[in-house]
Design a protein around this ligand. Structure first.
Ligand SMILES: N[C@@H](CCC(=O)N[C@@H](CS)C(=O)NCC(=O)O)C(=O)O
Length: 208
């Protein structure tokens, strides 16, 4: 049985829960991180010395780092009719979008969530918010351009490359305090994601 440690409101945990559900893998989810604690205990640190979520254990195999977990689940349980892109080129392209999401969008999004969701209004740093919102809005143009000739970040059909971007971009749209530039291709892709039951269950939920 697959065990997933991590609080459901973490964007990195959402990737793993959504992926496992898309693959129809039965799993146990254990709340950890944030107000749940757990991550500082010796037992958890023995699994993930970073003290971060998510972390999984699958048949005795322990793995942390959300994108590595998503890749592992898809490689182990997916096939070309589910999340694994059919060609080497599509798999490489999907990998590229997963890495790009972490290196280009994750940092400004973390600032925006920390400031706009987890900091009370009077305590917020408006300069930080403005800078992070601008950084995100600038970077996301690359993703908009990436959808010019394809419907998905995984090639001709939905797949592993859409998962990290799906979580990060949905979270960004849920931040109503900031402006969102018009992005016709990303908006259409986001509407297609919202038709997926597993996305609705684990990702498109109110931010906390
Ligand atoms: N690069 C790591 C980042 C993991 C990470 O920063 N997780 C955050 C939640 S999104 C965390 O554990 N924060 C501390 C906590 O929740 O206690 C990954 O993708 O798994």
């Amino acid at each position: 049985m697959l065990t997933i440690w991590g609080r459901k409101n973490s964007s990195n945990v959402k990737k793993v829960l959504w992926c496992a559900d898309e693959l129809e893998i039965p799993f146990d989810q254990i709340n950890a991180g944030g107000s749940f604690g757990v991550v500082d205990g010796d037992e958890y640190r023995a699994k993930n010395p970073n003290g971060l979520v998510p972390c999984i254990e699958d048949d005795g195999f322990v793995l942390w780092e959300s994108n590595a977990i998503v890749r592992y689940l898809v490689a182990r349980y997916g096939d070309h009719s589910t999340l694994l892109p059919p060609t080497l080129e599509d798999r490489a392209s999907a990998d590229r979008w997963m890495d790009w999401c972490s290196t280009s969008l994750a940092a400004p999004l973390t600032v925006l969530i920390t400031q706009l969701v987890r900091t009370s209004e009077g305590e917020r740093d408006s300069a930080k918010i403005t800078a992070a919102a601008a950084q995100f809005a600038d970077a996301i143009q690359v993703a908009e351009h990436g959808l010019a000739t394809t419907q998905w970040f995984s090639g001709p059909s939905f797949g592993v490359g859409d998962i990290p971007l799906g979580v990060v971009i949905d979270t960004w749209y849920a931040l109503s305090h900031i402006e969102h530039p018009a992005l016709p291709a990303i908006e259409a892709w986001h509407r297609r994601l919202k038709l997926r039951p597993a996305f609705k269950q684990w990702v498109a939920v109110p931010l906390t």
